[in-house]
Design a protein around this ligand. Structure first.
Ligand code: GTP
Ligand code: MG
Length: 195
């Protein structure tokens, strides 16, 4: 069976839970301590999606402003992205458009993306209603001319974490299939033009 390797970048403001989501999915653990990422950390995770084996190389990037200058170097060659905000901090939702702009400025063509509102277990101190996440996902989908799904997750309770990665995996597989079909079509067309 052919192996598919996909690079996934996890982006968003500092302390929204990018590392926690990555660690949860790769190692099944959660830590309450906050150790800010410096530059980038990596995780890998195998999945079987629609009968295909895939491996996700997860690039867990730093969200803090002081590491911003490093950030763009990591986006190159990404096949998919998780845009993460924290449901207890409205500011982190507002910054998503800055992060997505940054991503788009550093890749050749748009890629499958999912909007993720993390820390949904902290409902008692929630500052961002789920409807705001929905609205933003709709706006971004229109702006970037591709469907950007929205999920609320908790790295702490593991709510929806697996679902997010499975969904992104499915989207990246579809994208790759589409690219292959496009390439075949171009080849056929070039051949018929020639003859
Ligand atoms: P940077 O590396 O600085 O960009 O931060 P980050 O986005 O990687 O955040 P990180 O995963 O380090 O999490 C920040 C803090 O939030 C830590 O104290 C985590 O334990 C906590 N946290 C992360 N996800 C959740 C969650 O789903 N629920 C709760 N209650 N806390 C969370
Ligand atoms: Mg981190």
């Amino acid at each position: 069976m052919k192996k598919n390797i996909f690079k996934v970048v996890v982006i968003g403001d500092g302390a929204v839970g990018k590392s926690s989501i990555t660690i949860r999915t790769c190692y099944g653990k959660f830590d309450r301590a906050y150790i800010s990422t410096i530059g980038v950390e990596f995780g890998t995770k195998p999945y079987t999606i629609e009968g295909q084996e895939i491996t996700m190389q997860i690039w867990d990037t730093a969200g803090q402003e002081r590491f911003r200058f490093l950030q763009s170097a990591y986006y190159r060659g990404a096949h998919g992205a998780l845009l993460v905000y924290d449901v207890t901090r409205m500011e982190s939702l507002k910054k998503i458009s800055v992060w997505i702009d940054d991503l788009m400025n550093n890749i050749d063509q748009s890629i499958p993306m999912i909007l993720v509102g993390n820390k949904c277990d902290l409902d008692i101190v929630r500052a961002v209603p789920a409807s705001d996440g929905d609205t933003l996902a709709d706006t971004l989908s229109e702006q970037y001319n591709r469907v950007i799904p929205f999920y609320e997750t908790s790295a702490k309770t593991n709510q929806n974490v697996e679902e997010v990665f499975l969904k992104l995996g499915t989207m990246m597989l579809e994208e790759r299939l589409f690219e292959v079909e496009k390439a075949v079509e171009w080849k056929e067309r070039a051949k018929s033009d020639w003859w």
